[in-house]
Design a protein around this ligand. Structure first.
Ligand SMILES: [Zn+2]
Length: 295
């Protein structure tokens, strides 16, 4: 049957077009995205980048939405919060002009989350990848990440928003995914949960699919084959596309600053891996996004 109204847009479900990495040429990046039929979520990582995500979504109301959240790499115990730093504040010049740590402020996040352009809470979650191997510090940092994450889970639950999750295990393991699953299932919450930049192995993937999670995949699937088993296992109606720009550009653009208009290459690779047409892949992934973010 002819589907004349088939959606031809792609949603970049996890971008950071509000970051300083685009301050010089954001207008051009946005018009290249429009040309390519790509709409996007601008994902916040702390208060300042959540605010700029909302500003961007209001500036481009037809093409962009925002999320607000506090990334686990930004979780630190500062001396003025009653402790020594247990986790180096992660400063990335693409992300923030200032290296100054921000305080986690759930009230401020709640205010921001009430903006009508905000469709999810996050990115938030657990990141064990950069953690110290010092046992005492490790425990403290993990506890702190968990607490900051759970406050945001509660907020998403309270406001009925989806959860945009950043979850990165320590090298060669699925430890953070297992903790994530335990945290979210023991609390018996009815949340729509999207795990971005998913890199889990097949066993944990089966459990997360069973638990109702959604997954986003980006440029990395165009050049790394480590995720093939998981991608083949996850049903297409649980998969969303992302760029995670400015990071991890797809194969043909490797090493360059990534941007939403590059997402088509990832869609093509996903279509090939799933053995379905590009058209069907675009249509289904957009439908998934529209459903989970209530676009
Ligand atoms: Zn991100």
């Amino acid at each position: 049957m002819e589907k004349k109204d088939a959606n031809k847009f792609i949603l970049d479900s996890h971008s950071h077009v509000q970051f300083p990495a685009y301050d010089e040429d954001r207008e051009e990046v946005m018009s290249r995205a429009k040309e390519a039929g790509v709409k996007m979520l601008a994902v916040g990582t702390q208060i300042s980048t959540s605010e700029s995500a909302i500003q961007l979504a209001h500036k481009y109301p037809e093409d962009a939405w925002a999320t607000v959240g506090y990334h686990p790499n930004h979780v630190v115990v500062r001396s003025d919060q009653g402790g020594g730093a247990t986790n180096a504040w992660y400063h990335d010049k693409n992300e923030q002009n200032s290296a100054e740590p921000e305080r986690f402020d759930i009230e401020r996040l709640r205010d921001l989350a009430k903006d009508p352009k905000v469709v999810a809470i996050g990115e938030c979650g657990l990141d064990y990848y950069r953690l110290t191997t010092d046992n005492q510090q490790l425990t403290t940092t993990k506890e702190l990440q968990r607490e900051v994450f759970l406050r945001q889970v509660e907020l998403a639950n309270e406001l009925g928003k989806a959860l945009m999750i950043h979850c990165r295990p320590s090298k060669g393991t699925d430890d953070a995914y297992q903790d994530l699953l335990n945290l979210l299932t023991t609390n018996n919450l009815q949340l729509t949960t999207i795990v971005h930049f998913y890199v889990g192995g097949l066993e944990i993937t089966k459990q997360l699919v069973e638990a109702g999670f959604y997954f986003t995949f980006g440029g990395v699937i165009t050049f790394a084959r480590d995720y093939d088993d998981s991608i083949k296992y996850i049903p297409l109606d649980r998969i969303l596309l992302e760029t995670d720009c400015p990071y991890v550009a797809p194969k043909s653009q490797r090493g360059k600053r990534n941007e939403p208009s590059f997402i088509l290459e990832t869609a093509e690779k996903l279509a090939e891996m799933k053995g379905v047409s590009l058209e069907k892949t675009i249509e289904q992934t957009y439908a998934n996004s529209a459903e989970v973010f209530e676009l």
